[in-house]
Structure formats: structure tokens, C-alpha cells
Design a protein around this ligand. Sequence first.
Ligand code: AMP
Ligand code: MG
Length: 423
Amino acid sequence: MNAPQTLSDAISCLSDYDPNALPVSQVREIVGRVIVPVEAIERVAIRSGLGRVLAQDLASPIDVPSSDNSAMDGYAVRAADLVSDRPTTLKLVGTALAGQPFAGAVGPGEAVRVTTGAVMPTGLDTVVIQEVATVDGDRLAVPGGQQRGQHRRLRGEDLARGKPALRAGKLLAPADLGLLASLGFAEVAVRRRLRVAFFSTGDELRSVGEALGPGEVYDSNRYTMYGMLTRLGVDVIDMGVIRDDPDALERAVRTAAESADAIVSSGGVSVGEADFTKQVMARLGDIAFWTIAMRPGRPMAFGRIGRTSYFGLPGNPVAVMITFYFFAREALLRQMGAEPSPLPFVRARSLSAFRKRPGRTEYQRARLDRDADGTMSVSSFGSQGSGVLRSMSEANCIVVLHHDQGAVAVGDPVDCIAFDGLV
Ligand code: AMP
Ligand code: MG
């Protein structure tokens, strides 16, 4: 990653910067340059590492598995004792179980019963599965056609000692906890949790539990923001609803900047409202106001107040979610110290037509389904108004219509990002 820059340096790197029509790719570039990852590291028990960001590269201190062992229940034999195309009879001299190796020596023509995970007895290199073998007393009959080394796991096959096991910047998932345990680590070094303060702005907002007056709406954004931030794995600081008043905004931002690594706000950045927000922010930090070439969620603010990053998202309930996911999310992950991988696209046949002109990125709420023939198809959620939160709730994916893409006809392939993954 490049060294962090000031906002104006990052902006000056772009030859064709236009704050009033900023392509999504340029937003991500600027944000990527400005974000400073948190440095503090803490050691936690590996279970507490779930969802945290690994702070250092980890090499395997051991070979996994630590010895050659059987991959199946059956009989460990020496391939050299077998006749390739005819049955061979061997003498059974003992048993090796997982965790209970066979201690003795195994001579020519001898075999040992093994269970899955049992260490291969010294000198034996091949496992014959129990289903094909016949046992009569200590006589073992092995049919022809066995392959040397079959059903045997080699020492270090999963991870050899000294080989990189996990890279710094990895968001630890369930498999990583298992991997850490398989290497014998009881603790893991992770970046400290990011503290993110968030608030909604708007004189029209009421909190749940209050009665609504004429023209008032319940503040839903603070709940979606809470959900999105919590899922990201940060510590949240809920600062409530801030009135459309420069002094109240200034107080809120100052307080947030003192206690948080990042501030996420909703509302107050649209053209009519941006004026006083701009004045307050200009006094407090280095903030840019953008109209991004995207839909929904065009007006947005981004910058830094001291070491605290600031994400001024639009007020519309859908826009706040889309701008969070496609702009704040990656930036916050970087600030957490993670190396975010690009969100995976699923290519699906569109059952809807989309009117679209090149020159902006559009994010459409939609439903992705698997057809009887196994192919994926996607249909737009009818009402795409950026205030229709129900569309986010009922959708299971976002169709991304890229910056240079034009209109989409029924049957055309489109890129989708599914909401839910396996892990
Ligand atoms: P703004 O960006 O502040 O001009 O808000 C745009 C639209 O989103 C207006 O209709 C607001 O009432 C609505 N809105 C703003 N903030 C919220 C919020 N926290 N919860 C629900 N709706 C909101
Ligand atoms: Mg507002």
C-alpha cells in the first residue's frame, strides 16, 4: 500500500479531478491514499480473533500433519510386497490407531491395521482400504491393482514448517481459527478494534418511541448504520440525531473526533444543506465535498479531522447503505488494517431491462435466482427510489451497472453482488 497522503495531495494525483462528477473508481483511489490504518496490536485468544485483522505474517512452526498418516480405515502395507495384478497375502502384525502409533518393527510381507489419522508404521507406504481387503485370522488378502502411496497423507502436506500460513491483513474467518489451532497457536496478534462514531442529521427526524409530527420521519439510518458497522466488526459509538444547526454539528463532530477513529454521518451533504456543513467541516478538518457519478447516493463528503476519517453519507435511506457498502466499507476495512479483496461479482442473465447511460455507476436492488438449468438470473426490484428501504430489505443482491456500461436489454448478462456469502 502507498504511504498515506493528505486529501489535497491525493486529489492532485488525479489529472481529471472534477468534484461535481467524480467517478466511483477515483473516489476509491483517493480514499485508498488518504486512509491511515490503526497501528496498535493486541494479543487475543484465537477464538477472540474471529472477524479481527491479523497483525503479522505467520509462518507454520510445525509440519502439518506432523507425520505420514493414513487417510482411510484399512491396512498399511509395503507397496514392494504387493504383486501388481494379482492378490497378495500378507501377515497382520498389529494395529495403529489415530493417536496410538504402532511401536514395533514391520518386516517384509507384514501389514498393520490402521484407522484414519493413524501414523504410518515405519517402512509401510501404502494403505489398502478395508472394503477391498479380506481378513482371516492374521492373514490379510489384498487384491491386485493397488497404487504405491495411495490413501496416505504425507508429513507437511497441509503446511510445511516455516512456510507462510497466514498473511498480515487477513480478516480472520472460521477456517483461519482452525488453521491457527492446527499450528498450535493459542493466541494471535490482531490490530486493535476500530472505534467508529456515527450520527444522523436532520430536523425532520424523530427517534423510535417518539410520536411523529407532520412531515417528520423516524430516524432509520442510525439503525442501518449500526447494523452495517457492527457486521464490519468495529466498536460503535452512537451519537444520536444531530439537528440541522451549525453549532450542534460542530459540537458533535468535535466530540466524535476526540473519541473515534472514524465518523460516519448521514444527511446534511445534499446541495441545499451542504453549505453550513461545509463551513463547519472546513473549520474542523480537511474535507472534500463530492457529487459522485453514481446512483443512488451522489452527494457525499470525505476527509480527515486530525487522525479521524470522516464519511459524510447522503440522507436517503437506500443511498446511505449503497454509499456505505461501495465506498465507506472498503475504506474502513483498510483503516482496520485489512487488505480487502474485491467483492465477488456473480454474472447473471437479466430478466429486466435497465435504462442506463455511460458515465456513472448504478447500483440496482434486485433478486438473484438459480434457474432449473443451473444458470443464474436476476430481476430488478421494481421501485428503485433511493428512499425505498423495503427494496434493500427484500433484495438479495445489487446489480452493478458499471461506469462505461450502457443500457441493458432483457437477456443481457449483468454483474451482481450477492448480499450473503457462506462464511
Ligand atoms: P438529506 O440528505 O439530509 O437531504 O436527506 C435526504 C432524504 O433522506 C430526506 O427525505 C430525509 O428526510 C431522509 N433522511 C435523512 N436522514 C434520514 C434518517 N436518518 N432516517 C430516515 N430518513 C432520513
Ligand atoms: Mg437532512
